[in-house]
Design a protein around this ligand. Structure first.
Ligand code: GDP
Length: 140
């Protein structure tokens, strides 16, 4: 089933000049960018995006990191895009991520892990509409 998912190239990856490499990996995997913006998140916008993590001990640090520099937000479309994107990203901690995954290649630590990807259809719907309200069509 064709799905849409939200990807973010995080500030650490933008600083490392690997935007092109990461987008190339999406394209080679058949995850086609269908919307894209480069923006700097305010702390408030980062907190709204990660609201589900508000109670977690790393919430303050994570939202400071995510608002520390420009990010690239994209909507990717493809078959089974949500899970296939998560597989391509690798697990949260780059040190535990499978070799060759984006986080294994470009991540630094469990927080500075290069990329974000929606983890379920409901999350994808919320996250896409958070950055691309014009795409809030109710279909993922
Ligand atoms: P994801 O779905 O793999 O991105 O992981 P989560 O939804 O659990 O966490 C969201 C983001 O918070 C991660 O991508 C990391 O940037 C950060 N994060 C997750 N766990 C930790 C942690 O234990 N410590 C810190 N400092 N950051 C974390």
């Amino acid at each position: 089933m064709v799905e849409r998912t939200l990807a973010i190239i995080k500030p650490d990856a933008v600083k490392k000049d690997v935007i092109g490499d990461i987008i190339g990996r999406y394209e080679k995997a058949g995850l086609r960018p269908i919307a894209m913006r480069m923006i700097r998140l305010s702390k408030d916008v980062a907190e709204g995006f990660y609201a589900v993590h508000r109670q977690r001990p790393f919430f303050g640090s994570l939202t400071t990191f995510m608002s520390s520099g420009p990010v690239v937000v994209l909507v990717l479309a493809g078959d089974d895009a949500i899970k296939r994107h998560r597989d391509l990203m690798g697990t949260t901690d780059p040190k535990k991520a499978d070799p060759g995954t984006i986080r294994a290649v470009h991540g630094t630590n469990i927080e500075y892990n290069a990329v974000h990807g929606s983890d379920s259809p409901d999350t994808a719907r919320f996250e896409i509409s958070y950055f691309f309200p014009e795409m809030d069509l109710g279909v993922q």
